[in-house]
Design a binder for this molecule. Sequence first.
Ligand code: P5A
Length: 434
Amino acid sequence: MRRTRYFLPTLKEAPREAQIVSHQLMLRAGMIDQHCAGIYTWLPLGTAVLQNIAAIVREEQNKVGAQEMIMPTVQSADLWKESGRYEAYGEEMLRLQDRHGRDLLYTPTAEEVVTDIARNHLKSYRDLPNLTYQINWKFRDEIRPRFGVMRGREFYMKDAYSIDINQEEARNSYKEMMKAYVRTFRRLGLTAVPAKADTGPIGGDLSHEFLIVAKTGESELFYEERLEDIMTRSDEHVDVDEILSIYAATDEIHDEATCPVSKENLKVARGIEVGHIFYFGTKYSEALGLTLAGPDNTTFTPHMGSYGIGVSRLVAAIIEASHDEKGIIWPESVAPFKIGLVNLRASDDACVAACEEIYKTLINSGITVLYDDRDERAGVKFADMELIGLPWQVSVGPRGIKNGLVELKNRKTGDVIELSCEAMVIKMIEHFYK
Ligand code: P5A
């Protein structure tokens, strides 16, 4: 993408309303535009990151056998009246009416719809297990939307739902989903702590929150320190039983008096909740009358669970976990472009020719590039590149290019090397396709 053609409205200063660094940087980097309280437009750069995160979440869901579908965002209130949550959800639910005066709502979550689909289409125990998910917009009329997309009113969530024959099978689904979560957060370059949690309005008796350790986190977190190593291992293999055996809890559950971990091994931190999983048994299947045929002419009520990831919140959480005083530092897996190409002298024919050649070659190799071809001062271009945090920067200037040399900088380490155009291209291809 050429910067002269790209809609990227970067700002020198953060607007005053932004209190936390991720909100400031998302506004300054031209990722989002506030529409009204807690509701945002995702501009092209923000959209690219959001979709890269969603793609990783999707791949890991598919890997454990979850099947993607898309449920309605506007739902009939009748179903929610049946489950009892139309009243219970309270002021957070956005209620609407159609032209016939029928009650509708904008979905804050979708347990009711999934249970309704199951009662319409599943017949017997042979149809189980059933594991589905969607990645879709939700609305919760938060009393205090704040910190940008961290706590929005409209937000993007991955929500998965499991339906199983009994409690034991349901716990297996819960563990499979946990496996997918560990892999997902590893790929996003995050240290996520799975903590025992309260179930709130979703209900149930088994629940874990996944929290990213960050000073600005809204929850307090207590965990055994060795959990961090396990959560950040780079391999595919995940031992869920091992993870479940290590202590971690949010402040709602943690009790100093009964905590099994010694003071020296217990870490206390603040965390951002980026995922929450629930096993709630027959709460919704009973309320909505979902019964299936069992073996030998019996019937039974299936056991269910639901599994959320805050995809839009993750964009902010990644920035909280990965930035410096100059701007964002994207993990390669989610970066909106892998490489930023900076032409230091747009009026120099040799620089332009070299940039065009590099740009073409990298793009033809399947590597995403943002090419800053503007007629701007080098300082302005560098500041923008640091701000938007692409993992690699290639700069082409008149002095170097006389000898066929360019500079390659790693945004995270700050390391800079000078090398020929060809060597740089080969190094990048090897790096991204290793
Ligand atoms: C699980 C999936 C649920 O809604 N039902 C379907 C269950 N869980 S949850 O914990 O309430 O939400 C799941 C994740 O969504 C993110 N989230 C938000 N992100 C941004 N702004 C909000 N206002 C907001 N509310 C919830 C969180 O990451 C949460 O873990």
